[in-house]
Each structure stands twice: as structure tokens, then as C-alpha cells.
Design a protein around this ligand. Structure first.
Ligand code: SAM
Length: 282
């Protein structure tokens, strides 16, 4: 059963970590002209008006994107964050931050005529929001279907390159394992696929199933990044955010290290970033 709705968490510190990483990944990938099939396995709604009742309930964006938005003038010349904030500004109708964009928007924004974008969303209500919010582009499609299965079924893709975002809600603990199994299938069929996986750092430590599973599966060339806000504490829930990147473009690890080292202390006084190669090149 799907209960998770991303609107309750839109724009939080983990979204900033993920979408800033995605932004730099897309920038690096689109430097070369060859066509890319982008697949967003867990799309969510696409756009999140911050005034929405769900988003106001927890108002997690105040500890996330709003912290950067308030300092955007000072950060404008900062290479890692300035361009991201400038793109975010193009979505607002004025100087106030009114709407936070999800992964479908960031992917759609980077799409070139030669590329394709497929958005999967399994939750009927969330898919309906996505359907009504995203503008229709000739090379983008939205599917009300299981994205992990859908990705495997569409391999190999018709374009020279593939880039997928795997961003489950991890409502079921089996999802950590399903992500590993999916990545194994992707690598088997498209060795040079570029994949970004997001995972939460929770006191139960289930993300280790994912990380260790990836190593045990001998998947090469994985870089990972974690932003930790505080010590793990059973009463306070998610204490950090993690990303794994398969086959990141050349030097993206350094770009992201710099970006996230700058980002972490802006999110929380004690927040730290750690980036490392999780598995080596074959
Ligand atoms: N990627 C979005 C973003 O960055 O804006 C947020 C996605 S949210 C964390 C996870 C979404 O995946 C939820 O909307 C959930 O309904 C959807 N979902 C869960 N399992 C799915 C599956 N197997 N296939 C497609 N969508 C799924």
C-alpha cells in the first residue's frame, strides 16, 4: 500500500541535497550532444506549492531550501549553489519562494530536443497531480506504473545514453533490496548507464542493506555522498540524506564534494558532508 506523499516533505534538506546533486549531474551530462533517455522512477507530483496544506503541516522546507533562498543574493556568485538558486528563481512569480520543484521539473528543465523523459508514479493520487501539473512536452511521457519494473522492461533504451533517478519512499524495508536488484539488471544491460539513487539515514540503519548489497553485487564505479545533520537519535527520525551515483561523469565527484561541503553548514550548524568512492572502476 502506498501512503507516502512527498508534499509533506517538499523542499526539506534531503530534497536540496538530492536536487542540487541532480542539477549538477544534468549539467555535466548535457555538455555532450548525444541523446539521453532520462527515467524518473519515482516522480512524485512534480511541483509543490509551499502554501499547500500538506506542505505547511510540517513546513520542512524552512530547514531546507528556505535557508538557502534567504541568502540567495550572497550565494549568487558561489559556483556550487548560485546557478541552482538562479534556476529555482525562474519558477517563482516574484521575489518570494512560493513553489518548490520536484525531480520531474529539474529533469524537464534540462531536457533538449534530442532527449526523452519518462516519469513513473505509482500512487494514483500523486500521479493525478503529476498529470495536471506537468506541461506536456513532445519528448516526455508520464506513466501510472511501477517504475523499477518499468525501467528494467525498457532496457536497452533507443538513445546512446541512459540516466535514471531512483528515489523511493522506502515505506517497505524490502525496497532497499529491490533497488540493488534493479541496479544489477541495469548494469547488466546498459553498462554505462548513469544512475542516481537517494536513500534516507534513519536510526534503524536500513540503508546499509542497500550500500552493502551494491558492494556484494560487485557493481563498479559507485560514488556516494552523505549529509548528516546530527547524531542518530531514535526519537528524531531522519538524521541525514544519502546519494549513490553510478558512473558519474568525469570530475563530477569533485564538483559535488565542493557543492555539498558548502551546502552542509548552511543547512545546520553541525551538519557535515562526506563523499567517497564506494566501489572502484572495474
Ligand atoms: N523523486 C521525487 C522528487 O525528487 O521530487 C520524489 C519522490 S517520493 C520520495 C517517492 C514517490 O515514489 C512517491 O510519490 C511514491 O508514490 C512513488 N512510488 C513508490 N513506489 C513506486 C514505484 N514502485 N514505482 C513508481 N512510483 C513509486
Amino acid at each position: 500500500m502506498l501512503a507516502y506523499q512527498h508534499a509533506y516533505h517538499a523542499g526539506n534538506f534531503a530534497d536540496v541535497h538530492k536536487h542540487l546533486g541532480l542539477f549538477h549531474l544534468l549539467e555535466a551530462l548535457t555538455r555532450k550532444s548525444s541523446a539521453i533517455s532520462f527515467v524518473d522512477i519515482h516522480a512524485g507530483r512534480g511541483l509543490y506549492p509551499l502554501a499547500a496544506t500538506e506542505t505547511q503541516k510540517l513546513a520542512e522546507y524552512r530547514e531546507g531550501v528556505e535557508r538557502l533562498w534567504r541568502r540567495r543574493q550572497a550565494l549568487a556568485a558561489e559556483p556550487a549553489l548560485g546557478a541552482w538558486l538562479a534556476r529555482l528563481a525562474t519558477l517563482q512569480s516574484g521575489p518570494a519562494l512560493e513553489c518548490y520543484p520536484g525531480s520531474p521539473w529539474w529533469l524537464g528543465d534540462a531536457l533538449r530536443p534530442q532527449d526523452r523523459l519518462t516519469l513513473y508514479e505509482l500512487h494514483p493520487g500523486e500521479h493525478q497531480h503529476l498529470d495536471t501539473q506537468m506541461t506536456t512536452s513532445i519528448n516526455a511521457q508520464r506513466l501510472h506504473a511501477d517504475g523499477l519494473k518499468g525501467l528494467c522492461q525498457r532496457l536497452p533504451v533507443p538513445t546512446p545514453r541512459l540516466c535514471a533517478l531512483i528515489d523511493p519512499s522506502y515505506e517497505r524495508k524490502e525496497e532497499y533490496r529491490e533497488v540493488v536488484d534493479t541496479l544489477v539488471q541495469v548494469v547488466r544491460k546498459v553498462r554505462h548507464a548513469v544512475v542516481m539513487i537517494w536513500y534516507p539515514l534513519l536510526p534503524a540503519g536500513r540503508h546499509l542493506t542497500l550500500l552493502e548489497g551494491l558492494r556484494e553485487a560487485h557493481i563498479p564505479k559507485l560514488w556516494r555522498s552523505e549529509i548528516t545533520l546530527r547524531e542518530a537519535n531514535a526519537e528524531r527520525g531522519m538524521y541525514g540524506s544519502g546519494l549513490v551515483l553510478l558512473n558519474p561523469p568525469w570530475q563530477l565527484d569533485q564538483t559535488l564534494d565542493n557543492a555539498f561541503d558548502t551546502l552542509a553548514p548552511l543547512l545546520a550548524e553541525r551538519a557535515v558532508h562526506h563523499g567517497e568512492w564506494w566501489t572502484a572502476e572495474r
